[in-house]
Ligand binder design. Structure first.
Ligand code: PEP
Ligand code: MN
Length: 284
């Protein structure tokens, strides 16, 4: 099948385009490097964020994650610290030299989030929010596009196409689980979608086993499976005290468990002829 038969053009591998590569924190997504992004679900406080940032940086993470604007299923749950959260992320970035990935939820906040973030995250719930995709398509920052929990692989790639058609080619895909009949895990991690997206597109593909599984003890095995299946990186939730987390504590790794997870990721990376590069501090 040629690219002309596919609804997506810019994202398609069959145009003969080389793999998209996105340098980040001393590693290059899409180059074969294994990139590790980690941090809390939400920025809760200065101390909580700095503890997590210190822990993930000590264990070799390349990117610090943390939500300042949180899409919560309940309006009564913690909604994030907003711009104060972005300021704390900036402080953690300066303290530990880690680039920041954080979610942008609305077209109207793309400007402000872009002032702080190194990578913009479009969450699963917004995978098909076309005004938001259009807005991040105009920004000169990499975008991580999470797969909607009800999106087919084609719908997910078409969402990436929306961003790219606005001129922003620095797009990475993120598989974070889809809804199935199974309720034992939060979602069902679709690892076949990772290998498929790598085949159909030239974009880097990241796996988020935390939101896929919803259980901290499934995160390490699914990280290993993801790397073996060809994922370019993983996005993992880490909290110094998961029991006290305001959001997603049950799927968050402790700092020690994260260290153990990175050690295991290094072994699998070596086994499949890849490496986890040393992280390099970003300029303040
Ligand atoms: C998140 O990464 O914080 C998040 C809300 O994930 P998702 O959009 O995959 O649910
Ligand atoms: Mn979360």
């Amino acid at each position: 099948m040629s690219v002309l038969d596919k609804p997506y053009k810019l994202a398609s591998r069959s145009l003969g385009a080389p793999s998209t590569t996105i340098p980040v924190g001393g590693a290059v997504l899409g180059s074969g490097d294994v990139v590790v992004m980690a941090g809390p679900c939400a920025v809760e406080s200065r101390q909580q964020l700095l503890e997590a940032a210190s822990g993930v940086s000590r264990h070799g993470a390349h990117v610090l994650r943390g939500g300042a604007y949180k899409p919560r299923s309940s309006p009564y749950s913690f909604q994030g610290l907003g711009e104060r959260g972005l300021q704390l992320l900036r402080e953690a970035r300066e303290a530990y030299g880690l680039p920041i990935i954080t979610e942008v939820m609305e077209p109207g906040t793309v400007g402000i989030v872009s002032q702080y973030a190194d990578i913009l995250q479009v969450g699963a719930r917004n995978c098909q929010n076309y005004p938001l995709l259009r807005e991040v398509g105009r920004v000169a920052k990499p975008v991580m596009l999470k797969r909607g929990s009800g999106c087919t692989v084609e719908e997910w790639i078409m969402a990436a196409e929306h961003i790219m058609s606005g001129g922003n080619m620095q797009v990475m895909l993120c598989e974070r689980g889809i809804k199935t009949f199974e309720t034992a895990t939060r979602n069902t991690l679709d690892l076949s979608a990772v290998a498929l997206a790598k085949r159909l597109t030239h974009l880097p593909v990241v796996v988020d086993p935390s939101h896929a599984c919803g259980k901290w003890y499934l995160v390490k095995p699914m990280c290993l499976a993801a790397i073996a299946a060809g994922a370019d990186g993983v996005l993992v939730e880490v909290h110094a005290d998961p029991d006290a987390a305001l959001c997603d504590g049950g799927q968050s790794l402790t700092i020690d468990n994260f260290g153990d997870c990175v050690t295991a990721i290094r072994r699998v990376a070596t086994a499949v002829g890849r490496r986890v590069p040393a992280s390099e501090p970003v300029a303040a």
